[in-house]
Design a protein around this ligand. Structure first.
Ligand SMILES: *Cc1c(COP(=O)(O)O)cnc(C)c1O
Length: 380
């Protein structure tokens, strides 16, 4: 099956009892056993729930994996994944990662006897040198958030496989519509399904997808033992959202690129970071491993923090909000919003400076979005 068909049919189908075409919300904590030694397929909603199962099967199909797992949030997915590792293990984390991932790794995982090392994953020699016998995992993001650097997933998978190290990719930005890391040799795909997969900014949820059966069993054990799963109502909403993922991603890509080109030509913008632009140094790598670009990207505005604040204050169609990937446009200031959990020195070292702005371009009419930017930029 192809992508759009999978997003509408995988894991879903008329339900057996009444033939409901849409997967019902099985809003129940527990399920009656047939007899004390025969629980039936479901027994308790932490261990499994039919609405969640439909979504997990759909997610696995979209990422070309064998099993998918959903979690209360993206961070719950990442935290559950980290429970695969323990005292004495060494893990390598992209030195440019989502702010919440950075906080989880540096403030929690590091204090549990796991050594966390931040590495620039664009430097493959440095990565190779950082791997040691205790290394168990390389945690990757591509494109990186918010600087839109592209990491060579196939090259890293090859290096890791030769040394028996797991690789995990946070695929939130591109969604399975534009990038499938498992096809490039990656072991684990993580999603904040809060973003493009749900696409309507009304649910927080996370996901993990794998191909390997043993890894799948270990993740299932953790999902049940830790109790990090989502509820059935949220699974229903995400199942509804995922059906239009392909259509939405095409619209996000088109609008995002149009705004990126407009900004790149504007005298009040210093630089635009968008992997679809000719000016992006890793445009070719992105074209090689991904099928397109999402609607989220970043840019540097002139006039420092004053310029950034003036733009945000004068846009009318772009609420100032963290998060991304919804049908509505959003704009944010990483320095003071999404990346504030990161120490100031680490932000500056990464390039997250005061005049950096990240935008999540929605699927509104492009003429209205461009006019809004044009007008707001006169105040900068
Ligand atoms: C939002 C986000 C997360 C965390 O997901 P939550 O659903 O907010 O917990 C992780 N990675 C990336 C790239 C994100 O954008």
């Amino acid at each position: 099956m192809k992508f759009r068909t999978k997003s509408i049919h995988a894991g879903q189908g008329p339900e057996a009892l009444y033939g409901a075409v849409m997967t019902p919300i099985y809003q129940t904590s527990t399920f009656a056993f047939n007899s004390p030694d025969d629980p039936g397929e479901f027994d308790y909603s932490r261990s499994g729930n039919p609405t969640r199962k439909a979504l997990e099967e759909c997610l696995a199909a979209l990422e070309n994996g064998t099993r998918g797992f959903t979690f209360a949030t993206g961070m719950a997915a990442t935290a559950t994944c980290m429970m695969l590792y323990g005292t004495g293990d060494h893990i390598i984390v992209s030195d440019e990662c989502y702010g919440g991932t950075y906080r989880l790794m540096m403030d929690i995982i590091k204090n549990k006897g796991i050594e966390v090392e931040l590495v620039d994953l664009n430097d493959l020699e440095a990565l190779d040198a950082a791997i040691r016998p205790e290394t168990k995992l390389i945690w990757i993001e591509s494109p990186t958030n918010p600087l839109m650097k592209i990491v060579d997933l196939e090259a890293i998978a090859t290096i890791a496989q030769a040394k028996g190290v797991h690789t995990a990719v946070d695929n939130t930005f591109l969604s399975p519509y534009f990038q499938n890391p498992l096809d490039l040799g990656i072991d684990i795909v993580m999603h904040s399904m809060t973003k493009y997969i749900n696409g309507h900014s009304d649910v927080v949820m996370g996901g993990l997808v794998v191909k390997d059966a043993e890894l799948a069993e270990r993740i299932y054990f953790l999902q049940n033992a830790l109790g990090t799963c989502p509820g059935p109502q949220d699974c229903f909403l995400v199942l509804r959202g995922v059906k239009t993922l392909a259509l939405r991603m095409e619209a996000h890509q088109e609008n995002g690129l149009a705004i990126a080109k407009f900004l790149e030509a504007h005298p009040k913008i210093e630089k635009v970071l968008h992997p679809g632009l000719e000016s992006h140094p890793q445009r070719e790598l992105q074209r090689k491993q991904a099928r397109g670009d999402c609607g989220t990207f970043s840019f540097y505005i002139s006039n420092g923090i004053k310029g950034a604040h003036a733009l945000l204050a004068n846009l009318t169609l772009f609420p100032q909000a963290v998060s991304l990937g919804g049908v509505e446009s959003l704009i944010e200031h990483p320095w003071s919003m999404t990346h504030v959990a990161m120490p100031e020195s680490a932000r500056i070292e990464m390039g997250i400076v005061e005049n950096l702005i990240r935008v999540s371009v929605g699927i509104e009419d492009i003429e209205d979005l461009l006019a809004d930017f044009e007008a707001a930029l006169t105040h900068v």
